[in-house]
Design a binder for this molecule. Structure first.
Ligand code: NAP
Ligand code: ZN
Length: 347
């Protein structure tokens, strides 16, 4: 099936309208009419060739929501007409320890929603900036939010799960004092989710203009990280820090804010490395520095259900498909409040 998409033939070429082919629906496949797709900073890193190994043509997009158009003969968990989501994973080996634990995100055979090898043309996966996608039922999530919130649900499929998974893994909840660094697409979801989990949340931003917004998102306190006095006020006090910053920066400035046994988990994936932190900042307080990548399928469903129960969605700005380049330019300036979502009907 040939469908319209937005993609790029090279890292230095702008995204533009193209046509792509989706595979015939197999016995375990779900064919989805995509309605909205969130715009993740990873899309920009990948499309621009900032991370190694981008395969072109590149069609980004892994915050997909839509309606089931048809299902294969063996599909039991989804039916035509259902509202569904697809995040960053469209396949995995389905039998390793990670897959058996529902952590398909750590499977060596994990197939990303774009830029991963596949038997389908053109030989690598093509993402959600497109009208349709065909995905194995295991990787299709159920959406129970009201239909009028659908566009604002899209960012939960990456920004939501990427912040939810570490918050849960490091047991954030009532009594925790949690820092969220970088108030962009991931960070604003981190603030909302940590707040809903009952933590005391401190938002760290480089943008003075985001102070009021961060409080409205659910932060108890806001720190402009460029101000040393504001940073010093939190020294040695945080149980956990979720660092979402998309650019290399001084990690020591944040590690020193952790309590003894506190952990800072990096989810931001800048194109070039951070300066190495001072190991004494780790040793002296038995602090941890960790990383985390998106989340598994069961925990993604858990996060979606939690968000539906608590009325949580992303704060979004809707764009037309042909506004993707200006949207990327604004993302690079940290000027997103707080996630762009593409209306696929404009394609
Ligand atoms: P985003 O919306 O652009 O937000 C990043 C935020 O980082 C900015 O809004 C800004 O917040 C802060 N920042 C500070 N200095 C910056 C600088 N020099 N350049 C850019 N941002 C700066 O991006 P996102 O979609 O949340 O993604 C954040 C990072 O996470 C990206 O690297 C992305 O690839 C990565 N990611 C990782 C995973 C994973 O599985 N680990 C999943 C998705 C995305 P303030 O204005 O508040 O300072
Ligand atoms: Zn993403």
């Amino acid at each position: 099936m040939v469908v319209k998409a937005y993609g790029t033939p090279a890292g230095d070429a702008p995204l533009a309208a193209i046509e792509i082919t989706r595979r015939t629906v197999g016995a375990h496949d779900v064919q989805i009419e995509i309605l909205y797709c969130g715009i993740c900073h990873s899309d920009l890193h990948q499309a621009r060739g900032e991370w190694p190994g981008t395969l072109y043509p590149c069609v980004p997009g892994h915050e997909i929501v839509g309606r089931v158009a048809s299902v294969g003969g063996h599909v039991t968990s989804h039916a035509p007409g259902d509202l569904v989501g697809v995040g960053c994973i469209v396949d995995s080996c389905q039998h390793c320890a990670d897959c058996n634990d529902g952590l398909e995100n750590y499977c060596d055979g994990m197939i990303g929603t774009y830029n991963a090898p596949t038997a389908d043309a053109p030989g690598h996966t093509l993402g959600g900036y497109s009208q349709q996608i065909v995905v194995h039922e295991r990787y299709v999530l159920k959406i129970t939010h009201p239909q009028d919130q659908l566009a604002a649900v899209a960012p939960l499929l990456c920004a939501g799960i990427t912040t939810w998974s570490p918050l849960r893994h490091w047991n954030v909840g009532p009594g925790s004092k949690v820092g969220v660094v970088g108030i962009g697409g991931l960070g604003h979801m981190g603030v909302k989710l940590a707040h809903a989990l009952g933590a005391h949340v401190v938002a760290f931003t480089t943008s003075d203009s985001k102070r009021a917004d961060a409080l409205a998102l659910g932060a108890d306190q806001v720190v402009v990280s460029r101000n040393p006095d504001e940073m010093a006020a939190h020294a040695g006090s945080l149980d956990f820090i979720l660092n979402t910053v998309a650019a290399p920066h001084d990690l020591d400035a944040f590690l020193t804010l952790l309590k003894r046994d506190g952990t800072m988990t990096l989810v931001g994936a800048p194109a070039s490395p951070h300066p190495s932190p001072n190991v004494f900042n780790l040793i002296m307080r038995r602090r941890g520095l960790a990383g985390s990548m998106i989340g598994g399928i069961p925990e993604t469903q858990e996060m979606l259900d939690f968000c539906a129960q608590h009325g949580i969605v992303a704060d979004i700005e809707m764009i037309r498909a042909d506004d993707i380049e200006p949207a990327y330019a604004r993302m690079l300036k940290g000027d997103v409040k707080y996630r762009f979502v593409m209306d696929i009907a404009t394609m």
